[in-house]
Design a protein around this ligand. Sequence first.
Ligand SMILES: [Zn+2]
Ligand SMILES: [Zn+2]
Length: 348
Amino acid sequence: MKAAVIKAPGVIEVEEIQTPQPAEGEVLLQVEACAICGTDQRVLKGTKPVDVPVVGHEITGRVAAVGEGVTEIKEGERYIVQTVIGCNECAACARSQQNLCEKGFKAMGYQYNGGFAEYIVMPRAAVDQGCLISIPEELTAEAGTIIEPLSCCVNGMKYIPLDKCKNVVIFGGGIIGVLNGLVAKAKGAESVTIMDVSQDRLDLLASLGLPFDNYVNTAEIDAETWVSEKTGGFGVDAVVVAASVKPLASLGVKLLAKGGHLSIFAGMPKPDPIEPIDLNLIHYGELNIHGANSSAINEYLEARDLVVSGKVDTKPLVTHRFSLDDFNKAVSTQADPSTGALKVVIIP
Ligand SMILES: [Zn+2]
Ligand SMILES: [Zn+2]
């Protein structure tokens, strides 16, 4: 089969490798589509290490073969793939929160070969855990790839009473900011504002016809002043930090209304993740601060339903499609803001 193989940091070659065969308990998927994610970019560049030569974890596939002993999953069925695989022994795994596995989860496309290939094997631990999540025939393969990142946003937003939120601010107009905003809208937030320092990015989102209410260029407009004017000085109900910029967390706290929610979706630079925050704003304002780390089955099911029902419209999100042969072009297109790429999908 054809696969995009990491040869060295930043060196990826599309080549023929042995098509894997499913061993006992395993499932072989024919990859219909696999989207490139921001984490993949770091892995491909070599700044984030993985254990395997083939990455890609936002996968839609069809079962090509099943290993011995697999009875629930049948050849020809369509699935999307849950990324994280827990230890199946700790308390978090017992609660089906493998994303918080106390032993550290393993992941498709990180510890097991991923979806930038014609076929992918789902290991037994993933099959047993229920990492294959069924999708209907009518769902497009590229829409299926959105379910994985959307599930991470469903997870990050799950602590926020979105149906009671008048105003939500999202810092960061990348695909993750957009998906967080779409979850907020789908779950009843009245007004969603995307803030970004790139006018090109904001123009792109506006041109895609996304259902957001305001686009604010914070390189030109002061976020605190804008929020204060917009809300009569009360602040917004929720802020999502969807950009790896530490001061956005302390700024986000300042934008919140009493009882508001700050979701720190983005990971911060590992060598220096410390950011001073006015704790009295949290104390007197009874603010809520949330983290977000991947997702597990409940968030996948909710994300799948949002996509299948059309409550989250994925059509505007996939801006570019490439074959596996053009993998390197796809990666550079996604990395280059001037291309107007939001989500780039590989169709092997
Ligand atoms: Zn991802
Ligand atoms: Zn565990």
